[in-house]
Design a binder for this molecule. Structure first.
Ligand code: EPZ
Length: 421
Protein backbone atom coordinates (compact mmCIF):
# COMPACT_ATOMS: atom_id res chain seq x y z
CA UNK A 1 0.00 0.00 0.00
CA UNK A 2 1.25 3.51 -0.71
CA UNK A 3 0.59 6.84 0.95
CA UNK A 4 1.33 10.51 0.35
CA UNK A 5 4.27 11.97 2.28
CA UNK A 6 3.89 15.75 2.56
CA UNK A 7 6.42 18.28 3.88
CA UNK A 8 4.18 21.19 4.84
CA UNK A 9 4.73 24.90 5.36
CA UNK A 10 5.70 25.76 1.77
CA UNK A 11 3.76 28.36 -0.26
CA UNK A 12 1.98 27.27 -3.46
CA UNK A 13 2.64 29.41 -6.49
CA UNK A 14 1.96 29.00 -10.18
CA UNK A 15 -0.66 28.39 -12.82
CA UNK A 16 -2.73 25.27 -13.54
CA UNK A 17 -5.50 24.16 -15.85
CA UNK A 18 -8.18 22.41 -13.83
CA UNK A 19 -9.12 18.81 -14.77
CA UNK A 20 -12.42 17.92 -16.40
CA UNK A 21 -15.31 17.59 -13.96
CA UNK A 22 -15.79 14.09 -12.52
CA UNK A 23 -19.46 14.75 -11.71
CA UNK A 24 -20.08 15.88 -15.27
CA UNK A 25 -18.04 13.22 -17.09
CA UNK A 26 -19.82 10.34 -15.28
CA UNK A 27 -23.40 11.16 -16.39
CA UNK A 28 -22.19 12.24 -19.85
CA UNK A 29 -20.43 8.90 -20.39
CA UNK A 30 -23.62 7.06 -19.37
CA UNK A 31 -25.61 9.31 -21.72
CA UNK A 32 -23.45 8.11 -24.65
CA UNK A 33 -25.73 5.02 -24.62
CA UNK A 34 -28.49 7.21 -26.08
CA UNK A 35 -26.55 7.65 -29.35
CA UNK A 36 -26.62 5.00 -32.10
CA UNK A 37 -23.16 6.16 -33.17
CA UNK A 38 -19.75 6.82 -31.56
CA UNK A 39 -19.30 9.81 -29.22
CA UNK A 40 -15.99 11.49 -28.45
CA UNK A 41 -15.72 13.00 -24.96
CA UNK A 42 -12.87 15.51 -24.54
CA UNK A 43 -11.36 16.81 -21.26
CA UNK A 44 -12.38 13.49 -19.68
CA UNK A 45 -10.35 13.17 -16.47
CA UNK A 46 -8.27 10.07 -15.69
CA UNK A 47 -9.97 8.97 -12.45
CA UNK A 48 -10.86 5.59 -10.99
CA UNK A 49 -14.56 6.54 -11.04
CA UNK A 50 -14.26 7.25 -14.79
CA UNK A 51 -12.45 3.92 -15.30
CA UNK A 52 -15.28 2.16 -13.44
CA UNK A 53 -17.82 3.82 -15.75
CA UNK A 54 -15.85 2.82 -18.85
CA UNK A 55 -15.77 -0.77 -17.56
CA UNK A 56 -19.56 -0.74 -17.30
CA UNK A 57 -19.90 0.64 -20.84
CA UNK A 58 -17.62 -2.15 -22.13
CA UNK A 59 -19.60 -4.73 -20.16
CA UNK A 60 -22.76 -3.52 -21.90
CA UNK A 61 -21.16 -4.10 -25.30
CA UNK A 62 -19.82 -0.65 -26.13
CA UNK A 63 -16.37 -0.18 -27.68
CA UNK A 64 -14.40 2.20 -25.45
CA UNK A 65 -11.05 3.81 -26.30
CA UNK A 66 -9.00 6.45 -24.47
CA UNK A 67 -6.38 8.64 -26.18
CA UNK A 68 -5.02 11.18 -23.69
CA UNK A 69 -7.93 13.18 -22.31
CA UNK A 70 -10.23 12.04 -25.13
CA UNK A 71 -12.50 9.02 -24.63
CA UNK A 72 -14.44 7.51 -27.53
CA UNK A 73 -17.54 5.46 -26.71
CA UNK A 74 -19.08 3.46 -29.57
CA UNK A 75 -22.49 2.12 -28.46
CA UNK A 76 -23.38 0.81 -31.92
CA UNK A 77 -23.26 -2.81 -30.72
CA UNK A 78 -24.83 -2.27 -27.33
CA UNK A 79 -25.80 -5.85 -26.43
CA UNK A 80 -26.71 -6.01 -22.75
CA UNK A 81 -28.89 -4.13 -20.30
CA UNK A 82 -27.37 -5.81 -17.25
CA UNK A 83 -24.72 -4.28 -14.96
CA UNK A 84 -23.02 -6.90 -12.75
CA UNK A 85 -23.23 -6.31 -8.99
CA UNK A 86 -19.45 -6.15 -8.69
CA UNK A 87 -19.27 -3.21 -11.10
CA UNK A 88 -22.22 -1.48 -9.41
CA UNK A 89 -20.42 -1.86 -6.11
CA UNK A 90 -17.35 -0.02 -7.40
CA UNK A 91 -19.27 3.22 -7.76
CA UNK A 92 -22.70 4.03 -6.38
CA UNK A 93 -23.38 6.76 -8.95
CA UNK A 94 -23.65 3.99 -11.59
CA UNK A 95 -27.37 4.17 -10.83
CA UNK A 96 -27.37 6.82 -13.61
CA UNK A 97 -27.20 3.94 -16.12
CA UNK A 98 -30.80 3.00 -15.26
CA UNK A 99 -32.22 6.03 -17.09
CA UNK A 100 -29.82 5.71 -20.02
CA UNK A 101 -30.55 1.97 -20.53
CA UNK A 102 -34.31 2.49 -20.27
CA UNK A 103 -34.13 5.25 -22.88
CA UNK A 104 -32.02 3.22 -25.31
CA UNK A 105 -33.13 -0.39 -24.75
CA UNK A 106 -36.36 -0.07 -22.76
CA UNK A 107 -34.98 -2.19 -19.94
CA UNK A 108 -32.21 -2.27 -17.32
CA UNK A 109 -30.93 -4.72 -14.71
CA UNK A 110 -28.67 -3.53 -11.92
CA UNK A 111 -28.22 -3.86 -8.19
CA UNK A 112 -29.02 -1.36 -5.48
CA UNK A 113 -26.01 0.98 -5.28
CA UNK A 114 -26.04 0.89 -1.47
CA UNK A 115 -24.58 3.42 0.90
CA UNK A 116 -21.09 4.85 1.02
CA UNK A 117 -18.69 6.65 3.37
CA UNK A 118 -21.05 9.64 3.45
CA UNK A 119 -23.89 7.64 4.95
CA UNK A 120 -27.00 6.09 3.39
CA UNK A 121 -27.44 7.02 -0.27
CA UNK A 122 -31.11 6.29 -1.00
CA UNK A 123 -32.44 6.20 -4.57
CA UNK A 124 -36.15 6.49 -3.74
CA UNK A 125 -36.46 9.71 -5.77
CA UNK A 126 -34.93 8.01 -8.82
CA UNK A 127 -37.33 5.05 -8.56
CA UNK A 128 -40.43 7.15 -7.86
CA UNK A 129 -39.70 9.39 -10.86
CA UNK A 130 -39.03 6.49 -13.24
CA UNK A 131 -42.21 4.70 -12.13
CA UNK A 132 -44.18 7.90 -12.66
CA UNK A 133 -42.82 7.93 -16.23
CA UNK A 134 -44.15 4.43 -16.83
CA UNK A 135 -41.28 2.17 -15.79
CA UNK A 136 -42.02 -1.15 -14.11
CA UNK A 137 -39.26 -1.70 -11.50
CA UNK A 138 -39.02 -5.00 -9.65
CA UNK A 139 -36.90 -4.84 -6.50
CA UNK A 140 -35.85 -8.32 -5.46
CA UNK A 141 -32.93 -9.36 -3.32
CA UNK A 142 -31.00 -6.15 -3.80
CA UNK A 143 -31.41 -6.15 -7.56
CA UNK A 144 -33.49 -3.83 -9.74
CA UNK A 145 -35.13 -5.10 -12.91
CA UNK A 146 -36.65 -2.26 -14.91
CA UNK A 147 -38.59 -2.09 -18.13
CA UNK A 148 -41.07 0.26 -19.73
CA UNK A 149 -44.70 -0.73 -19.18
CA UNK A 150 -46.93 -0.50 -22.26
CA UNK A 151 -48.09 3.01 -21.55
CA UNK A 152 -45.39 5.61 -21.24
CA UNK A 153 -45.80 9.22 -22.12
CA UNK A 154 -44.36 12.55 -21.12
CA UNK A 155 -45.78 14.12 -17.93
CA UNK A 156 -44.81 16.35 -15.00
CA UNK A 157 -42.50 14.83 -12.37
CA UNK A 158 -41.85 16.28 -8.91
CA UNK A 159 -38.62 15.95 -6.96
CA UNK A 160 -39.12 16.61 -3.22
CA UNK A 161 -35.33 17.07 -2.83
CA UNK A 162 -33.23 18.68 -5.62
CA UNK A 163 -31.24 15.47 -6.04
CA UNK A 164 -28.43 15.78 -8.60
CA UNK A 165 -28.42 12.10 -9.51
CA UNK A 166 -32.19 11.76 -9.64
CA UNK A 167 -32.45 14.85 -11.88
CA UNK A 168 -29.85 13.39 -14.26
CA UNK A 169 -31.41 9.90 -14.25
CA UNK A 170 -34.86 11.28 -15.09
CA UNK A 171 -33.44 13.54 -17.84
CA UNK A 172 -31.85 10.53 -19.53
CA UNK A 173 -34.90 8.29 -19.16
CA UNK A 174 -37.14 11.07 -20.52
CA UNK A 175 -35.14 11.07 -23.77
CA UNK A 176 -36.79 7.70 -24.42
CA UNK A 177 -40.34 8.74 -23.55
CA UNK A 178 -42.51 10.12 -26.36
CA UNK A 179 -43.90 13.59 -25.62
CA UNK A 180 -42.87 16.24 -23.13
CA UNK A 181 -41.54 15.37 -19.66
CA UNK A 182 -41.04 18.19 -17.16
CA UNK A 183 -38.96 17.71 -14.00
CA UNK A 184 -40.07 20.15 -11.28
CA UNK A 185 -37.86 20.72 -8.26
CA UNK A 186 -34.81 19.75 -10.34
CA UNK A 187 -31.26 20.23 -9.05
CA UNK A 188 -29.53 23.27 -10.56
CA UNK A 189 -25.86 22.21 -10.43
CA UNK A 190 -23.56 23.28 -13.33
CA UNK A 191 -22.92 19.58 -14.07
CA UNK A 192 -26.60 19.26 -15.00
CA UNK A 193 -26.25 22.14 -17.45
CA UNK A 194 -23.22 20.33 -18.90
CA UNK A 195 -25.31 17.17 -19.28
CA UNK A 196 -28.08 19.14 -21.04
CA UNK A 197 -25.51 20.68 -23.40
CA UNK A 198 -24.19 17.20 -24.21
CA UNK A 199 -27.70 15.86 -24.83
CA UNK A 200 -28.42 18.81 -27.16
CA UNK A 201 -25.23 17.95 -29.08
CA UNK A 202 -26.58 14.39 -29.40
CA UNK A 203 -29.76 15.78 -30.98
CA UNK A 204 -32.01 15.55 -27.91
CA UNK A 205 -34.51 18.31 -27.06
CA UNK A 206 -33.81 19.46 -23.48
CA UNK A 207 -34.30 22.89 -21.91
CA UNK A 208 -34.22 24.43 -18.44
CA UNK A 209 -31.08 22.89 -16.91
CA UNK A 210 -29.67 25.27 -14.30
CA UNK A 211 -33.18 26.07 -13.15
CA UNK A 212 -35.55 23.96 -11.04
CA UNK A 213 -37.70 23.16 -14.10
CA UNK A 214 -36.23 20.96 -16.85
CA UNK A 215 -38.21 19.89 -19.91
CA UNK A 216 -37.32 17.00 -22.22
CA UNK A 217 -39.13 16.18 -25.49
CA UNK A 218 -38.35 12.51 -25.93
CA UNK A 219 -38.80 9.75 -28.44
CA UNK A 220 -37.86 12.06 -31.31
CA UNK A 221 -35.52 9.44 -32.79
CA UNK A 222 -33.12 12.15 -33.96
CA UNK A 223 -30.10 11.06 -31.89
CA UNK A 224 -26.63 10.83 -33.44
CA UNK A 225 -22.97 10.69 -32.40
CA UNK A 226 -21.05 13.81 -31.42
CA UNK A 227 -17.89 15.31 -29.95
CA UNK A 228 -18.19 17.12 -26.63
CA UNK A 229 -15.82 18.78 -24.14
CA UNK A 230 -16.54 18.33 -20.43
CA UNK A 231 -16.58 21.44 -18.21
CA UNK A 232 -13.87 22.10 -15.61
CA UNK A 233 -14.12 20.52 -12.18
CA UNK A 234 -15.29 23.16 -9.71
CA UNK A 235 -14.55 21.01 -6.65
CA UNK A 236 -11.02 20.19 -7.81
CA UNK A 237 -10.59 23.96 -8.36
CA UNK A 238 -11.88 24.64 -4.84
CA UNK A 239 -9.35 22.12 -3.52
CA UNK A 240 -6.34 23.84 -5.10
CA UNK A 241 -7.60 27.27 -4.04
CA UNK A 242 -8.10 26.16 -0.42
CA UNK A 243 -4.63 24.59 -0.44
CA UNK A 244 -3.03 27.86 -1.61
CA UNK A 245 -5.19 29.84 0.81
CA UNK A 246 -4.02 27.76 3.77
CA UNK A 247 -0.36 27.30 2.77
CA UNK A 248 0.00 30.83 1.40
CA UNK A 249 1.13 31.79 -2.09
CA UNK A 250 -0.36 32.92 -5.37
CA UNK A 251 -2.09 30.60 -7.86
CA UNK A 252 -3.94 31.11 -11.10
CA UNK A 253 -6.47 28.50 -12.28
CA UNK A 254 -7.79 28.26 -15.82
CA UNK A 255 -10.39 25.96 -17.37
CA UNK A 256 -13.07 26.55 -14.73
CA UNK A 257 -15.88 29.11 -14.49
CA UNK A 258 -15.70 31.30 -11.33
CA UNK A 259 -19.50 31.45 -11.03
CA UNK A 260 -19.56 27.64 -10.60
CA UNK A 261 -17.82 28.00 -7.22
CA UNK A 262 -18.89 31.52 -6.25
CA UNK A 263 -19.91 30.40 -2.74
CA UNK A 264 -16.44 28.96 -2.12
CA UNK A 265 -14.69 32.06 -3.51
CA UNK A 266 -16.80 34.23 -1.20
CA UNK A 267 -15.69 32.21 1.84
CA UNK A 268 -12.01 32.35 0.84
CA UNK A 269 -12.23 36.13 0.32
CA UNK A 270 -13.86 36.55 3.73
CA UNK A 271 -11.07 34.40 5.23
CA UNK A 272 -8.47 36.87 3.95
CA UNK A 273 -7.55 35.73 0.42
CA UNK A 274 -7.38 38.14 -2.49
CA UNK A 275 -9.41 36.73 -5.37
CA UNK A 276 -9.54 37.93 -8.98
CA UNK A 277 -11.72 36.32 -11.61
CA UNK A 278 -12.24 36.43 -15.37
CA UNK A 279 -13.79 34.20 -18.03
CA UNK A 280 -12.50 30.72 -17.26
CA UNK A 281 -9.96 32.17 -14.82
CA UNK A 282 -9.57 32.40 -11.03
CA UNK A 283 -6.53 33.77 -9.25
CA UNK A 284 -5.91 33.73 -5.50
CA UNK A 285 -3.27 35.35 -3.34
CA UNK A 286 -2.89 34.49 0.34
CA UNK A 287 -0.54 35.25 3.21
CA UNK A 288 -1.32 31.82 4.67
CA UNK A 289 -3.04 32.22 8.01
CA UNK A 290 -6.78 32.34 7.21
CA UNK A 291 -9.40 33.96 9.45
CA UNK A 292 -12.57 32.33 10.76
CA UNK A 293 -15.66 33.30 8.76
CA UNK A 294 -18.66 32.68 11.05
CA UNK A 295 -21.21 30.28 9.57
CA UNK A 296 -20.88 27.99 6.51
CA UNK A 297 -24.07 26.08 5.60
CA UNK A 298 -23.89 23.43 2.85
CA UNK A 299 -26.82 23.58 0.44
CA UNK A 300 -27.85 22.64 -3.09
CA UNK A 301 -26.32 24.81 -5.85
CA UNK A 302 -25.81 27.78 -5.87
CA UNK A 303 -25.34 27.35 -2.10
CA UNK A 304 -22.06 26.27 -0.54
CA UNK A 305 -21.24 22.82 -2.04
CA UNK A 306 -21.14 19.91 0.41
CA UNK A 307 -18.18 18.52 -1.56
CA UNK A 308 -16.07 21.54 -0.51
CA UNK A 309 -17.01 21.41 3.20
CA UNK A 310 -14.15 19.20 4.39
CA UNK A 311 -11.68 21.00 2.14
CA UNK A 312 -12.51 24.49 3.45
CA UNK A 313 -12.61 23.16 7.02
CA UNK A 314 -9.07 21.84 6.63
CA UNK A 315 -7.90 25.21 5.28
CA UNK A 316 -9.46 27.13 8.20
CA UNK A 317 -8.44 24.71 10.97
CA UNK A 318 -4.85 26.02 11.01
CA UNK A 319 -5.88 29.68 10.81
CA UNK A 320 -7.28 32.02 13.44
CA UNK A 321 -10.82 32.63 14.67
CA UNK A 322 -13.82 30.33 14.57
CA UNK A 323 -16.11 28.97 11.87
CA UNK A 324 -19.31 26.96 12.37
CA UNK A 325 -20.04 24.44 9.59
CA UNK A 326 -23.55 23.07 9.12
CA UNK A 327 -23.61 19.97 6.88
CA UNK A 328 -27.13 19.72 5.48
CA UNK A 329 -26.65 17.32 2.57
CA UNK A 330 -25.24 14.10 4.02
CA UNK A 331 -25.51 12.50 7.44
CA UNK A 332 -21.93 11.31 7.78
CA UNK A 333 -19.69 13.93 6.27
CA UNK A 334 -17.47 14.81 9.27
CA UNK A 335 -15.34 11.66 9.19
CA UNK A 336 -12.28 13.76 8.35
CA UNK A 337 -12.60 15.64 11.68
CA UNK A 338 -10.90 12.97 13.81
CA UNK A 339 -8.01 12.88 11.34
CA UNK A 340 -7.64 16.68 11.40
CA UNK A 341 -7.62 16.52 15.22
CA UNK A 342 -4.56 14.25 14.98
CA UNK A 343 -2.86 17.24 13.29
CA UNK A 344 -3.76 19.52 16.20
CA UNK A 345 -7.04 20.89 14.87
CA UNK A 346 -9.58 22.04 17.47
CA UNK A 347 -12.97 21.00 16.13
CA UNK A 348 -16.12 20.13 18.09
CA UNK A 349 -18.99 18.34 16.34
CA UNK A 350 -22.63 17.91 17.34
CA UNK A 351 -24.94 16.27 14.79
CA UNK A 352 -24.79 18.29 11.58
CA UNK A 353 -22.69 21.08 13.17
CA UNK A 354 -18.91 21.34 13.43
CA UNK A 355 -17.26 24.26 15.25
CA UNK A 356 -13.72 24.92 14.03
CA UNK A 357 -11.47 26.97 16.33
CA UNK A 358 -8.37 28.09 14.47
CA UNK A 359 -5.18 27.03 16.26
CA UNK A 360 -2.78 29.30 14.43
CA UNK A 361 -1.15 26.30 12.77
CA UNK A 362 -1.41 22.51 12.48
CA UNK A 363 1.42 19.99 12.82
CA UNK A 364 2.15 17.00 10.60
CA UNK A 365 0.84 13.54 11.54
CA UNK A 366 0.01 10.13 10.08
CA UNK A 367 -3.63 10.32 8.99
CA UNK A 368 -6.03 8.13 7.01
CA UNK A 369 -8.34 9.30 4.26
CA UNK A 370 -11.95 8.35 5.01
CA UNK A 371 -13.65 9.38 1.74
CA UNK A 372 -12.89 11.29 -1.45
CA UNK A 373 -13.20 14.90 -0.27
CA UNK A 374 -12.14 14.06 3.29
CA UNK A 375 -8.92 12.65 1.85
CA UNK A 376 -8.33 15.78 -0.23
CA UNK A 377 -8.92 17.84 2.93
CA UNK A 378 -6.10 15.97 4.73
CA UNK A 379 -3.73 16.81 1.86
CA UNK A 380 -4.75 20.49 2.10
CA UNK A 381 -4.07 20.41 5.86
CA UNK A 382 -0.72 18.62 5.33
CA UNK A 383 0.48 21.22 2.81
CA UNK A 384 -0.15 24.02 5.34
CA UNK A 385 1.00 22.18 8.49
CA UNK A 386 4.49 22.42 9.96
CA UNK A 387 6.35 19.12 9.59
CA UNK A 388 5.62 15.87 7.77
CA UNK A 389 2.20 14.36 7.14
CA UNK A 390 1.46 10.89 5.79
CA UNK A 391 -1.96 10.46 4.16
CA UNK A 392 -2.99 6.80 3.80
CA UNK A 393 -5.79 5.10 1.88
CA UNK A 394 -5.18 6.93 -1.39
CA UNK A 395 -7.85 4.93 -3.27
CA UNK A 396 -10.47 7.44 -2.12
CA UNK A 397 -8.51 10.39 -3.50
CA UNK A 398 -7.82 8.65 -6.80
CA UNK A 399 -11.59 8.55 -7.41
CA UNK A 400 -11.73 12.32 -7.97
CA UNK A 401 -8.28 13.89 -8.46
CA UNK A 402 -6.21 13.49 -11.60
CA UNK A 403 -2.41 13.86 -11.23
CA UNK A 404 -2.98 15.25 -7.72
CA UNK A 405 0.60 15.03 -6.44
CA UNK A 406 2.11 16.14 -9.78
CA UNK A 407 -0.11 19.22 -9.85
CA UNK A 408 0.69 20.17 -6.25
CA UNK A 409 4.40 19.56 -6.80
CA UNK A 410 4.34 21.84 -9.85
CA UNK A 411 2.90 24.55 -7.58
CA UNK A 412 5.80 24.17 -5.15
CA UNK A 413 4.26 21.69 -2.72
CA UNK A 414 6.48 18.93 -1.35
CA UNK A 415 4.32 15.82 -1.78
CA UNK A 416 5.28 12.38 -3.04
CA UNK A 417 3.78 8.93 -3.10
CA UNK A 418 5.78 6.45 -1.00
CA UNK A 419 5.17 2.89 0.12
CA UNK A 420 3.45 2.85 3.47
CA UNK A 421 5.85 2.33 6.40
C1 EPZ B 1 -24.01 14.09 -6.40
O1 EPZ B 1 -24.32 12.95 -5.64
C2 EPZ B 1 -22.50 14.13 -6.47
N1 EPZ B 1 -22.00 12.92 -7.12
C3 EPZ B 1 -21.92 14.23 -5.06
O2 EPZ B 1 -20.51 14.35 -5.18
C4 EPZ B 1 -22.48 15.48 -4.39
O3 EPZ B 1 -22.02 15.54 -3.07
C5 EPZ B 1 -24.01 15.43 -4.41
O4 EPZ B 1 -24.49 15.28 -5.76
C6 EPZ B 1 -24.64 16.69 -3.83
O5 EPZ B 1 -24.21 17.79 -4.56
C7 EPZ B 1 -22.04 12.84 -8.47
O6 EPZ B 1 -22.53 13.73 -9.15
C8 EPZ B 1 -21.48 11.59 -9.08
P1 EPZ B 1 -27.94 13.88 -4.38
P2 EPZ B 1 -25.85 12.41 -5.59
O7 EPZ B 1 -28.84 12.86 -4.98
O8 EPZ B 1 -26.52 12.66 -6.87
C9 EPZ B 1 -30.77 12.58 -0.83
C10 EPZ B 1 -18.27 13.84 -4.78
O9 EPZ B 1 -17.60 14.07 -3.77
N2 EPZ B 1 -31.43 11.66 -1.77
O10 EPZ B 1 -27.98 15.29 -4.88
O11 EPZ B 1 -25.83 11.03 -5.05
C11 EPZ B 1 -29.36 12.15 -0.50
O12 EPZ B 1 -29.36 11.18 0.52
C12 EPZ B 1 -19.68 13.32 -4.65
O13 EPZ B 1 -17.89 14.08 -5.95
C13 EPZ B 1 -32.58 10.98 -1.38
O14 EPZ B 1 -33.03 11.11 -0.25
O15 EPZ B 1 -26.44 13.37 -4.48
C14 EPZ B 1 -28.71 13.44 -0.07
O16 EPZ B 1 -29.02 13.67 1.28
C15 EPZ B 1 -20.01 12.93 -3.22
N3 EPZ B 1 -33.19 10.15 -2.27
C16 EPZ B 1 -29.41 14.50 -0.93
O17 EPZ B 1 -30.59 13.87 -1.46
C17 EPZ B 1 -32.70 9.97 -3.54
O18 EPZ B 1 -33.32 9.20 -4.32
C18 EPZ B 1 -28.59 14.99 -2.10
O19 EPZ B 1 -28.13 13.86 -2.80
C19 EPZ B 1 -31.55 10.67 -3.92
C20 EPZ B 1 -30.93 11.51 -3.03
Amino acid sequence: MSCYEIEGGRPLTGRLTVQGAKNSALPILAACLLAPEPCEICNCPRLSDVSATLKILSQLGCRVKREGDRVTVDPTNLSSCRIPEQLMGEMRSSVIFMGALLARLGRAELSFPGGCELGPRPIDLHLRGLRAMGAEILEEGGSLRCRWADQREGRELYLTIPSVGATENLMLAACGVPGETTILGAAREPEIVDLQNFLLTLGAEVTGAGTDRITVRGGTGKMHGCTYTVMGDRIAAATYLCAAGAAGGEVELTGVEPEHLAAVLGCLEEAGCRIRTGRGLISLKSGGELQGIGLVRTAPYPGFPTDAQAILMAALAGGRGTTLFEENMFSSRFRHVDELRRMGAQIETAGRAALVMGTGGLHGAAVTSTDLRGGAALVVAGLAAQGTTQVRNLRHIRRGYEKFEETLTALGGKIREVSEP
